[in-house]
Design a protein around this ligand. Structure first.
Ligand SMILES: [Zn+2]
Ligand SMILES: [Zn+2]
Length: 219
């Protein structure tokens, strides 16, 4: 098998590992893997940005109507060149096999959660354009079960300024399904935190009590 990103040949894993340890096979080579930088050290307790205490954006959010909606969050990787290339290939060139690249990491992070895993949904128009939902496919590749309680109503992220994005109108609507008490939202890229806070607001209104999130990337 070859690396999904650079085509270099991958070393063969002994097959018993996959059979007995329920292991997820690596689909990228060591060199490509090392291109992605994991976030470590002291981070903002809400968004996972490397920071001492609350970061500037989260401090701002905590002064708005969105205060306290997100209990905590984890962001796994920096938005570096390797990650930009990956997202471009995955989202825009619609390379669905790349859903498997972070399967192991996602399973390690989310496999034991007691909360209901809720991927941030795409707008139906966007879904049509992109042909598949990146986050749903990543969760599936990781063997994780998820549920959906939201529909996306607006598309406002686009090219607007940071300030405009942070004060966007409601982005999501509750789909009417019974919402569990504990929710873990999953998104690919955390930029201003607007998307996750809008989703959290709608879920809280619908009955969720504790909302945390996991973002693959913190930009
Ligand atoms: Zn590679
Ligand atoms: Zn923060």
């Amino acid at each position: 098998m070859n690396c999904y990103l650079c085509e270099r040949e991958l070393p063969q894993l002994p097959s018993w590992r996959g059979l007995f340890l329920n292991d997820i096979q690596e689909v990228i080579c060591g060199r490509c893997k090392n291109g992605f930088m994991k976030i470590s050290g002291t981070v903002c307790p809400i968004c996972g940005l490397p920071n001492e205490g609350l970061c500037r954006d989260c401090r701002y959010w905590e002064t708005t109507e969105y205060a306290g909606l997100l209990q905590s969050g984890t962001s796994l990787y920096y938005y570096n060149e390797a990650m930009k290339d990956f997202l471009h290939q995955y989202k825009f060139l619609q390379d669905i096999v790349l859903s498997e690249v972070f399967a192991r990491q996602l399973r390690d992070e989310l496999g034991k959660t007691k909360a209901a895993i809720v991927p941030i949904p795409m707008h139906p128009d966007k879904l049509e354009e992109r042909t598949f939902s990146q986050i749903d496919c990543m969760l599936e590749a990781a063997g994780l079960r998820y549920s959906q309680y939201l529909t996306k109503s607006e598309q406002v992220q686009g090219k607007k300024t940071k300030k405009e994005r942070m004060s966007a109108p409601d982005l999501f609507h509750w789909n009417g399904k019974n919402v569990p008490r504990k929710i873990l939202l999953v998104d690919d890229l955390y930029t201003t935190g607007t998307t996750l806070r809008h989703a959290a607001k709608e879920l809280k209104k619908a009955g969720a009590e504790e909302i945390s999130f996991l973002a693959l990337i913190r930009s």
